[in-house]
Design a protein around this ligand. Sequence first.
Ligand code: ADP
Ligand code: MG
Length: 264
Amino acid sequence: MENLQIPDQIKELIGDEPYYIDDIGKSESQVILFSDKVLKIQEVSDESVKEIQVLTWLEDKLSVPEVLVSQVEGSTHYLLMSKIGGNMACDDIYMANPEKLVKALATALRQLWNVDLFSFKPMMTLAKKLEIAEYNVLNGKVDMADTQPATFGANGFEDPHALLRWLVANQPDEELVFSHGDMSLPNVFFKDDHVSGFIDLGLAGVSDKWQDIAIVYRSLVNNFAGVYGGKTYAGFKPEMLFEALDMTPDWDKLRYYILLDELF
Ligand SMILES: Nc1ncnc2c1ncn2[C@@H]1O[C@H](COP(=O)(O)OP(=O)(O)O)[C@@H](O)[C@H]1O
Ligand SMILES: [Mg+2]
């Protein structure tokens, strides 16, 4: 960390605490974990600014990290926050127990949907998401290495432009709720059977209910198949998630929101 430029205000709070550097997150952020605090360093962006607004707004509504310092220096955004206890949903202890994992994820989704939208501004409705997707496509911000294997190529879309055109032409109706925006397993923590916290909220906002279900679903499938860590796990069937949610899967919407996420 010696070669990182850390603002003095943050240095004072972390002192000489031991730390380790996270290698789970896939964004370009750098995340440094201390015993009870986490420092997230990323390029300043709409997303990094919104993450602070959302964390502050959610403080008394959901379990999220407390913002200790948010500071922009030049083009770098430093967020010092409290550390969430428990383990990520993709931790071995949960992956080894799919029934328990899926139930806990269903509870986490319901907690998000129960957040009262009164006084909440950030809209992440489809119109807004498609605007961001268009910006990402036009500015080469789509990470082709981080897409589902079938999305592009022989039986898929020719390129991100073609996918964007399809998404614009096939917009589903929306049932608006508070949405996490990136509900993949490493972004939600459990302690025993309880949700101990939601993190990585830069894409949060008012969106369709199926946005978060789709990302939870994709993340479950990929984590059980060993796509990220190489380790595969047994015992997960998609029905388990929809049973736990007591909902009938809307496969068109699931597919739509998984495809939309390819452009983020
Ligand atoms: N407040 C926090 N408490 C505990 N762990 C955290 C916290 N913030 C980040 N992490 C850890 O760092 C990882 C990456 O952080 P995240 O905010 O998700 O960044 P990215 O945008 O790179 O995914 C998380 O998956 C988690 O393991
Ligand atoms: Mg993350």
